[in-house]
Design a protein around this ligand. Structure first.
Ligand SMILES: Cc1cc2nc3c(=O)[nH]c(=O)nc-3n(C[C@H](O)[C@H](O)[C@H](O)COP(=O)(O)O)c2cc1C
Ligand SMILES: [Fe+2]
Ligand SMILES: [Fe+2]
Length: 408
């Protein structure tokens, strides 16, 4: 990638992870890649906002982009570390060995992490206070403590004169960014939608657990006149930053109230008996005009299931009994949803059993503290009979009635 001008003497320096097999955070598939963005303010004081990950040739790529602005690593006077996760700080150790004059600005909580992750002595850092302003030539940088978006030490940096928010992980998305399509207004409608969808998946995978902090962070930023959002992943929102701000608000609010009137249905089956009810359920939901997103466990990736479940007001689980318990691959799905604090859902479960069942009891025990409202369930022995199918339609119809009320 090449260095890109954002406005005046502010530049975006970025790399894309393009390896289709790379798992972000070691878990999440990124078949369409992800960008890691840093920002440079060139001037009386040269400021670098967020570093890059120390993988592949990323430090070299960012160094070359700096050279594109006629600067070397040694020329950076101020290093702003909004977030210590290694995708933005992996280069820190090497960077600080080369650059011995730069002063690091970060939160108080980040200082011990500088040492733990980058062997950078605390003397090199200044701990910001919430709302503090730092003048760098013509640029006025204000720091905001925004804990847990995404780690406890996270902050954001706001350039006051130009209304630019360097938001780090917040407002970020998966998806590699092209050289000539770094701004929202440079995207086709289709590509715009792609980044919106990838922002939801990124949110559900990375940030969702911390949604109450996102809401706090958003209200802290509410009084700012944000003209441009420069996140550390994905595109820059300069034409209409309210698009991504409103998405984030909505995503965060799903942790407190209903999601959209949609169902995420995850099914699993060993011998096809549970599977044989799938079409019937989908047809019943279709008839009630409730969109349904269908996933299989195992098979479909948990990162995608999470994004869909986060947004849907309804969850349906289809699973047979396995050794008196929930079918293990489904256990994993439920566990992940609970770890990510997927909550406030209307739930229906169905499945086949062989002798005395057990999955239903296990399922109920697992979701006891989830904030999921198990509206009803339907189980049958072996292969479903015609009567089972009729009962299933009735059960799903009753479920739809409640889901519609919930999302009114
Ligand atoms: C490994 C294994 C363990 C099972 N454990 C139980 C059990 O604990 N309780 C039960 O009622 N049925 C049990 N069954 C029977 C299945 O639940 C039953 O065959 C069911 O119809 C499978 O549904 P499916 O065709 O959707 O996989 C088990 C089956 C298998 C293969
Ligand atoms: Fe992060
Ligand atoms: Fe990140």
């Amino acid at each position: 990638m090449k260095i890109q001008n954002v406005v005046d003497d502010i530049y975006r320096l970025a790399v894309n992870i393009e390896d289709e097999n790379y798992l972000f955070e070691g878990i999440w598939p990124i078949p369409h890649g992800i960008s890691i963005n840093s920002y440079l303010i060139k001037g009386e004081k040269n400021v670098l906002i967020d570093l890059t990950q120390n993988i592949m040739d990323f430090p070299r790529a960012i160094t070359e982009q700096l050279e594109g602005a006629s600067l070397a690593v040694e020329d950076i006077d101020i290093i702003i570390i909004n977030h210590m996760e290694p995708d933005h700080s992996g280069w820190l150790n090497e960077f600080c060995k080369k650059n011995t004059k730069g002063v690091i600005y970060c939160t108080k909580k980040a200082i011990p992490l500088l040492e733990a992750f980058g062997e950078v002595p605390p003397e090199r850092a200044v701990a910001i206070t919430d709302g503090m302003t730092l003048t760098a030539g013509d640029y006025e940088l204000q720091f905001f403590d925004t804990p847990n978006i995404h780690w406890p030490e996270t902050m954001m940096t706001y350039e006051k004169k130009r209304g630019i928010l360097f938001s780090c992980d917040a407002f970020g998305s998966y998806g590699k960014v092209g050289n000539d399509t770094i701004f929202d207004d440079q995207l086709s409608q289709e590509k715009h939608k792609f980044f919106e969808n990838e922002a939801l998946r990124y949110y559900a995978n990375i940030v969702a657990t911390f949604s109450p902090f996102v809401l706090k962070g958003l209200s802290k930023l509410a009084s700012l006149d944000i003209k441009t959002i420069c996140p550390s992943h994905g595109i820059i929102w300069r034409d209409n930053p309210s698009v991504i701000i409103n998405h984030y608000k909505r995503y965060a609010e799903y942790s407190k109230g209903p999601g959209e009137r949609e169902v995420t249905l995850v099914w699993s089956s060993m011998y096809g008996n549970t599977k044989s009810m799938l079409n019937l359920i989908v047809q019943t939901l279709n008839k009630r005009q409730i969109p349904v997103h269908v996933f299989q466990a195992p098979g479909d990736d948990i990162g995608y299931i999470l994004a869909s479940a986060w947004k849907s007001a309804g969850l349906i689980f289809g699973m047979p009994t396995y050794e008196y318990k929930v079918f293990p691959p489904m256990s994993h799905v439920i566990e992940e949803l609970l770890v990510k604090k997927v909550t406030n859902k209307k739930v229906f479960r169905y499945g086949s059993y062989g002798w005395v069942g057990g999955a239903q009891r296990d399922f109920e025990a697992r979701i006891e503290k989830s904030g999921w409202d198990l509206l009803n369930f339907y189980e049958w022995q072996g292969a479903p009979t015609e009567a089972d199918k009729q009962n299933m339609i009735q059960a799903v119809e009753a479920y739809c009635d409640e889901l519609i009320k919930f999302t009114e």
